[in-house]
Design a protein around this ligand. Sequence first.
Ligand code: OSB
Ligand code: MG
Length: 377
Amino acid sequence: MSDSAPTKAPLRIDGAVLRLVRLPLVTPFTIATGTMTEKVFPLLTLRSGGLEGHAEGVMDPLPDYLEETVAGAMDLLEKVLLPQVLGKTYANPETLARQMAPWRANHMAKATVEMAFWDLWARSLNLPLQTVLGGEGDAIDVGVSLGIGPVAGTVDRVAAHVAQGYKRIKLKVRPGHDIGLLQAVRREFPHAHLTVDANCCYTLSDTALIRQMDDFDLDYIEQPLAWDDIHDHATLQQRIRTPLCLDECIRTVEHARKALQTDAARVINIKVGRSGGHAAARQIHDLSQAFQVPVWCGGMLESGIGRAHNIHLSTLPNFTKPGDTSSASRYFTRDIVEEKLETVDGRMPVPKGAGTGVTLDHDYLARATLSHQELQP
Ligand code: OSB
Ligand code: MG
């Protein structure tokens, strides 16, 4: 694939600000691997001339979703990735991504740098991020991801979100909190677009249980098996009717190719922050489209910075299923961006203006910042 069209003048990365930020969550979020009560993340600003671009890292403090951690990413950003790009000049984001490519894995840390550069680059061209990515449209369809909790309370939360117009309800499941939950929710909502996300908590020995999920008319089952096991998902797909959707397994374009070629994924959850950045996310999108496999944009409880990146990416044409990029107020009482990222009838408006279209709320950011460092070439 050819690189994005070059900028008028290549951009030199003059400086960077690396922050560690903490935001309390409105409600604890429980998935098969644990409970989150706050969101702690690296926030990166890249500078060129008078311009700034921003992105956040989506890794968790503990290696429980994938193997990357906040502490590891902060160290890699500070000691390896940022020194590599500071003072260098890039004609487009792909050139920057290629420079980091030889380092093994660490796709979330690399994505943080790559996405900040996309924002900077789009701002230098005075174009919305969606335009430089090749997307279009004023708003995207969104669903919600509901964490694990008591069944009766979950049914109430499904009702509340259906009433707000969310276009798909994703239920987090784990062994012992799966079939009973689906029975309770389906009974009340026979026609809702429903999915489940297991975050890797089953194995092929649970095939009989997973096959029972075929009775609930789910749009797909997300990531039932191990985070690094495309092969077993291909085997499972042979044994069930419901389409499988992969999340954790898809960290590179090569993972997507293998999953698509082996019929291990009939839907793909693209998380730009998990996949090395927008260039790779777009390639996964294009490859999925060639296989006639729909994609949707996942979330990692991002602040307004990451949420805005996700929204822009979601305007590409093969994002035909509702994403997880729901209203920011569901996560935070106050966000670190000025703009309110809120859905209207299950549609999230695309922030207007150059780059991601969002601006940092520096007053609140200062209060939410745990550490802050300026880096120069
Ligand atoms: O598996 O998609 C996931 C949140 C944290 C870690 C993993 C996942 C999630 C979500 C929430 O499902 C998505 C969101 O609302 O941002
Ligand atoms: Mg998931």
